[in-house]
Design a protein around this ligand. Structure first.
Ligand code: NI
Length: 149
């Protein structure tokens, strides 16, 4: 019988400031493209991160993965390292990255994925980062290399 696949999601909030600025562009280009997010001294958002793990529903436990274990990992690997900080200056894993929601989601994936790799029957499926009530981005992992056969 084929396994049942379920996605489970853990949600956390964090507060952090950022500045979107590409040094390869002029000040005018930066202001035009990034708007308020280009503010010279940065500005803050209340961010929301949603971490989704996808896997087989285990018949004995009735679970894909212990959501409490996922919570602990998200708090340790992500939230504790960004909450109430300036993403451009205070977060080593975001150094030299323009901290758009897209880039934050990708960086979060890289920080979290190794801890989930070994987890039997499930894998990290999506990192969603909400920058505001109206805007969010989804990162679904790096592109798979083309099949050799
Ligand atoms: Ni912003």
């Amino acid at each position: 019988m084929s396994p049942d696949i379920v996605e489970i999601t853990h949600v956390q909030e964090f507060a952090a400031s950022h500045r979107l600025h590409n040094p390869a562009w002029t000040l005018e280009e930066n202001r035009r493209i990034y708007g308020i997010c280009n503010n010279e001294n940065g500005h803050g958002h209340n961010w929301v991160v949603e971490v989704t793990v996808k896997g087989e529903l285990d018949a004995s436990s009735g679970m894909v993965m212990d959501l409490n274990r996922l919570r602990v990992l998200v708090l340790e690997k992500l939230i504790a390292r960004v909450d109430h900080l300036h993403l451009n200056h205070d977060v080593p894993f975001l150094r030299d990255i323009i901290p758009t929601a897209e880039n934050i989601a990708r960086a979060f994936w890289r920080e979290l994925e190794p801890s989930l790799e070994a987890h039997e029957g499930c894998r990290l499926h999506r990192i969603r980062v909400r920058e505001s009530r109206n805007n969010y981005v989804d990162y679904l992992g790096p592109t798979l290399p083309p099949r050799s056969t």
